[in-house]
Design a protein around this ligand. Structure first.
Ligand SMILES: NC(=O)c1ccc[n+]([C@@H]2O[C@H](COP(=O)([O-])OP(=O)(O)OC[C@H]3O[C@@H](n4cnc5c(N)ncnc54)[C@H](O)[C@@H]3O)[C@@H](O)[C@H]2O)c1
Ligand SMILES: [Fe+2]
Length: 462
């Protein structure tokens, strides 16, 4: 019986593969096949062009000339606007005779209101290209501004992920966007994602479409030398969780269903051999450079390596995806109480990297049974000796490894340190449930009780 099913699955796979190849499909006019296999059988890797080098920002003006740009919208935040990365960008634009306008009101951990303010600014200009100079908050805001500038008739929720918004596929052509990250964390410079806090539901959601991806990611490690300790720390844990989550995500050929047309294959496809290369590289880099980069701001080698690792992890998550830590992080950040982290301004916020890592020890104890060898490999890449460790102990070993890093980096002692109590757990679970796009990429399904337990286990972590 099982053999017959395998043959049937194989025939369906061959059938789909033969009629959906690029030679027979019609790009631009989405043809939808009637036969939809239960599991996907393919994955693809998309990525912005990445240019890496100390001081490479000086080239941005020439890139804009090469793109034919005449009037550029430069986006940044109120802090980065007066730092050296912005000076380097504006010098290069001026030197190359490019007209520009600067928008410097990006909110750190953006919201729908702050996105709308940036969109309004873009719509009031007449721009032919966008440049984002800053961390994930700036790059994500710039992607949204570009999208709604390019489709001025769209309602804000049209493109926001379901079930919060309508999740419409982008059909308009966006203006070219160049991303110049100044933190080492999100990898947003290579992804088609734009994340914001939707104030009405007090949880993060986003827009996910490959068209949002910047045409060029300029990775200039010089910009990281001004990053303060806590920002280097929390954004480093964003890289950490990106690598671990994309590495342990459900394998692409276990996720389903296959899309009825390749253009409809989701942005998050599950782990695959190519994303695994990026994840392994990142885990090794974190082992070598994470603590050095946090505690030695002048260590150019460590800060440069973390900057590259962030982009590498971004390519991994941009195609494989992230899962439970990120799904739980969105309500943890969205329901912020009175936690005001050092180095992030005066507003209460839960920095993204902190929100994701607090549940990581519990999450990887939970997911380890799906593939103990891969969880052990991750622990080993992070520096733990896993010789003779039993498969049954994989979750504990990886979790202990993560806790060691968190302790070294003086991460707060669980959700309690952010002001959450056991009474908040049901509300946090309700905030996580709409993050189906992320939770479905986990290697194991989770019930509401599972999510509650993961959060309860993360109230106090040491
Ligand atoms: N789109 C994606 O693929 C993706 C992935 C992960 C996270 N995110 C999102 O990115 C946001 C977090 O971004 P982030 O962690 O990069 O931080 P951030 O952009 O929020 O910036 C954090 C702080 O660092 C400061 N800063 C930035 N660069 C600096 C520099 N060079 N020197 C001194 N200070 C500097 C900023 O002014 C700010 O105060 C969150 O909203 C998160 O949800 C997006
Ligand atoms: Fe992240």
């Amino acid at each position: 019986m099982a053999g017959r099913k395998r043959v049937f699955d194989l025939l369906r796979t061959i059938d789909i593969a033969s009629c959906q190849c690029p030679a027979h499909s019609h790009r631009g006019n989405i043809h939808v096949s009637n036969v939809v296999p239960a599991k996907d059988y393919a994955f693809e890797i998309k990525c912005s062009t990445v240019r890496y080098g100390l001081g490479v920002t000086k080239e941005v003006g020439m890139d804009l000339v090469n793109l034919g740009a005449k009037n550029v919208c430069v986006m940044t935040d109120p802090n980065v606007v007066s730092l050296s990365p912005m000076k380097a960008v504006l010098d290069s634009l001026t030197k190359n005779g490019i007209n520009y306008k600067v928008y410097d009101r990006v909110r750190v951990e953006p919201t729908d209101s702050s996105f709308k303010d940036a969109i309004k600014f873009a719509k009031e200009g007449s721009f032919d290209s966008f440049v984002a100079v800053g961390g994930g908050s700036v790059m994500d805001t710039c992607k949204a501004a570009n999208l709604y500038y390019s489709d001025p008739g769209a309602e804000f929720l049209d493109y926001v992920n379901q079930p919060v918004g309508k999740g419409k596929k982008v059909q308009v052509e966006l203006k070219p966007m160049i991303a110049i990250p100044t933190t080492s964390g999100t990898g947003s410079e290579t992804t088609g994602m734009s994340i914001f806090d939707y104030e009405e539901i007090q949880a993060k959601t986003g827009i996910a479409d490959t068209s949002l991806r910047p045409v060029l990611a300029m990775i200039d490690p010089l910009h990281t030398l001004t990053v303060p300790e806590r920002v280097a720390n929390y954004s480093g844990f964003d890289i950490f969780c990106h690598a671990l989550e994309s590495f342990t995500a459900i394998p692409y050929n276990e996720r389903g269903p296959a899309p009825p047309n390749p253009a409809l294959r989701p942005v998050y496809q599950g782990s695959n051999p190519i994303s695994d290369v990026w994840a392994r590289f990142c885990l090794q880099s974190l082992r070598k450079y994470f603590a050095r980069s946090v505690y030695n701001p002048d260590d150019v080698e460590a800060r440069s390596s973390m900057h590259l690792a962030a982009t590498m992890a971004g390519v991994g998550i941009g195609n494989a995806g992230v899962h439970v830590c990120h799904g739980l992080a969105y309500p943890i950040a969205g329901n912020v109480k009175d936690f005001v982290p050092k180095d992030y301004g005066k507003e209460p916020i839960v920095p993204h990297g902190l929100a994701v890592v607090l549940t990581a020890p519990a999450v990887f104890r939970f997911t380890a049974s799906s593939d103990p060898d891969k969880h052990l490999e991750a622990a080993s890449l992070l520096g733990t000796n896993t010789t003779n460790v039993k498969q049954a102990d994989a979750g504990k070993v990886l979790s202990d490894t993560i806790l060691k890093y968190m302790d070294t980096m003086k991460i707060e002692n669980g959700l309690t340190a952010l002001g959450y109590t056991r009474d908040d757990v049901p509300n946090l679970v309700q905030g996580a449930l709409p993050q189906k796009r992320l939770l479905s990429i986990a290697p194991l399904p989770q019930s509401e009780d599972d999510l509650s337990k993961l959060l309860e286990d993360s109230l106090t972590i040491y």
